[in-house]
Design a protein around this ligand. Structure first.
Ligand code: 5GP
Length: 346
């Protein structure tokens, strides 16, 4: 047994230190980024905030709404080939620049992915997503997918340490998804005791990825626009959001009316709710590692997007970054023991 005594930090443990700035207004901040991906050499330009591949977040409807703001959506893996067909036939052609197909690592998953990309060669992004990205099987799967699909931009995860980021990039991933346990409907840390505070995971994984020419996605744990800024400040290339995009018109999840108030159901992808729905229940050798909650219904997602982007732009003005790309270079985090004043919170 070994103990690492370095303290690892989450978003709540830090704040940005303001810096002198020549920016007069947040409207002067450019949120667009362009990335060139290491295996495919393809480029992507947009605002690197993405909806999570959860069936109560990463829906086709969400993709259409977010694309209008130049944001990205990892579409959840439970749509059938027929549903994909219908979506792509009716969707604007450019939607393929703003979406990723998601998949697990089962045998049927790879057949479905191959078929989907064969039928729709215009698709560009694939997100290979497992709860535990440390298994040898996962690395082999990423590698085999890269060999079959040299043209596809592959995102793979989740991991939280630099050496595993390097291994996945070398195995064929262009982008590595980072986060174990920080999610709003995740119970992994309770059920297993495994995890890594998200900000430190981002800082360490970004450093490893950028050394090889890869990118990372900070996945999970953002509860406010300030957290999204902190993920970017820590070096994340993309930030993935689940809970912050839940509860809208475009999110999936049952609409619930209770005492005149509207809610939407939101649940983790390995919650009992998700497993009952998609795989006929929780297998008896595993524990459910996700919660099912009700979130207040929030109408169209547009306002939430503007709120998030407004917050990040404002962070940039406080530290003097005229472009989102400069935010991490301009970031000094201070270690804190307090966040906001809660005197008027319920
Ligand atoms: P959020 O933005 O809601 O804090 O986190 C979203 C992320 O939580 C997802 O992208 C995914 O990585 C993770 N997640 C989603 N469902 C589950 C689950 O059932 N269990 C665990 N451990 N993580 C989940």
């Amino acid at each position: 047994m070994r103990i690492e005594y370095d303290v690892k930090l989450g978003f709540k443990d830090v704040m940005f230190r303001p810096k002198r700035s020549t920016l007069k207004s947040r409207s002067m901040v450019s949120m667009e980024r362009t990335f060139t991906f290491m295996h495919t050499g393809k480029t992507w330009t947009g605002i690197p905030v993405m909806a999570a591949n959860m069936d109560t977040v990463g829906t086709f409807e969400m993709a259409l709404a977010l694309q209008k703001h130049q944001l990205f959506t990892a579409i959840h893996k439970h749509y059938s080939l027929e549903q994909w067909e219908g979506f792509l036939q009716n969707a604007p052609e450019e939607i393929v620049d703003s979406i990723a197909v998601s998949t697990g690592t089962g045998e049927n998953d790879s057949k479905k992915v191959d078929e989907l990309f064969k039928r729709h060669p215009q698709l560009k992004f694939l997100c290979i997503d497992v709860a535990n990205g440390y298994s040898e099987h996962f690395v082999h799967y990423v590698n085999a997918t890269r060999e079959r699909h040299p043209e596809i931009v592959i995102m793979a995860g989740n991991v939280v340490t630099g050496e595993m980021v390097e291994e996945l990039l070398l195995a064929g991933a262009d982008i590595v998804k980072v986060g174990i346990g920080p999610g709003s409907v995740c119970t992994t840390r309770i059920k297993t005791g495994v995890g890594y505070p998200q900000l430190s995971a981002v800082v360490e994984c970004a450093d490893a990825a950028h050394g090889l020419g890869g990118q990372i996605i900070s996945d999970g744990g953002c509860t406010t626009p300030g957290d999204v800024s902190k993920a970017f400040g820590g070096g994340a290339d993309f930030v993935m959001l689940g809970g912050m995009f839940a509860g809208h018109n475009e999110s999936g999840g049952e609409l619930i009316d209770k005492n005149g108030k509207k809610y939407r159901e939101f649940y983790g992808m390995s919650s009992a709710t998700a497993m009952d729905k998609h795989v006929g229940g929780v297998a008896n050798y595993r524990a459910s590692e996700g919660k099912t909650v009700r979130v207040p219904y929030r109408g169209p997602v547009d306002e939430t997007v503007l709120d998030i982007l407004g917050g990040v732009r404002s962070t940039c003005t406080y530290v003097g970054a005229s472009k989102l790309k400069e935010l991490t270079k301009r970031t000094t985090f201070i270690r804190v023991e307090e966040q906001e004043n809660q005197v008027y919170n319920d």
